[in-house]
Design a protein around this ligand. Structure first.
Ligand code: 0WD
Length: 255
């Protein structure tokens, strides 16, 4: 197993125990890392703190950070800087689109819904990278989560697919910028996983069944598989990798 002892990582986007961010938290905790959690708003504070208490390590910081607010992101990272000093990496596990735009025709997408999906699911990575960079004084690794619907048309993914395409390109531009500071930026393209966010995608069960039938490994992706790949991307084992999208999807993307 990978050791991340003595390293500190920020994990953004734990909503509940099914969250992919929580799979990442468990893998990093098992590797001995120190973790700092951010959550979207007050109502998530208690559930996040209760979950964090179940981990092995003592992870003290849980902070609010609504990524739609520049001030919130700035305040959050300055607080992290004050309390933790430097950080070694960050997991961005955040996305949002209106449920009514995750079904039906993409051509019906509203301007407002389009911009909302881009704002929370894509632009957030850029503003976060900007404020996290000064804290990664010894280099670092940023990992975000994407989906194959950002590369090809998948049923019902619609406006979120366009946001993921924009997110994946942001990964490349950010990797280019931050490489000078020895900060790597990569995405994990996860297979479909039943989470709170996934509930919003129309016909999600059909998608899960299709993976079992057709993907090379004939099984669905688990948050643990994504977590272990994130641990690799946060470790020195992956030091030569940046600007990459790694598929953790039972091989479905080759079809
Ligand atoms: O099949 C899936 N579940 C896949 C998800 C396959 C491939 C990729 N992904 C991606 C998602 O698109 C997302 O980027 O993984 C990431 C994490 O999603 P998740 O684990 O599936 O979903 P969930 O457990 O619902 O966490 C998403 C979280 C939000 O949940 P809540 O209920 O707290 O809104 O994104 C966060 C939030 O924690 N989030 C925000 N955080 C800060 N500011 C905001 C915001 N404005 N909006 C949403």
């Amino acid at each position: 197993t990978i050791s991340l002892a003595g390293k500190t990582f920020v994990i953004m986007g734990v909503a509940n125990k099914r969250s992919i961010a929580w799979g990442i938290a468990r893998s990093l905790d098992a590797a001995g890392a120190n973790l700092i959690f951010t959550y979207a708003g007050e109502r998530f504070e208690k559930p996040v703190r209760d979950l964090v208490d179940t981990l092995e390590g003592n992870h003290e910081l849980a902070l609010p950070c609504d990524v739609t607010s520049d001030e919130d992101v700035e305040r959050c990272f300055s607080q992290i800087g004050e309390q933790a000093g430097k950080i070694d990496g960050l997991a961005h596990c955040i996305a949002f689109a209106k449920t009514e735009e995750l079904k039906g025709d993409f051509s019906d997408t509203s301007r407002e819904g389009f911009l909302l999906a881009q704002n929370i699911s894509s632009y957030s990575l850029t503003i976060i990278a900007k404020h996290a960079k000064p804290l990664m004084t010894e280099g670092g690794s940023i990992v975000t989560l994407t989906y194959i619907g950002g590369e090809r048309v998948m049923p019902n993914y619609n406006v979120m697919g366009v946001a993921k395409a924009s997110l994946e390109m942001s990964v490349r531009y950010l990797a280019h910028d931050l490489g000078r500071s020895n900060i790597r930026v990569n995405a994990i393209s996860a297979g479909p996983i039943r989470t709170l966010s996934a509930k919003g995608v129309g016909d999600f069960n059909t998608i899960l069944k299709e993976i079992e039938e057709k993907a090379p490994l004939h099984r669905n992706t688990t948050p643990e598989e994504v977590g272990d790949t994130a641990a690799f991307l946060f470790s020195q084992m992956s030091r030569g990798i940046t600007g990459e999208v790694i598929h953790v999807d039972s091989g479905y993307h080759i079809l």
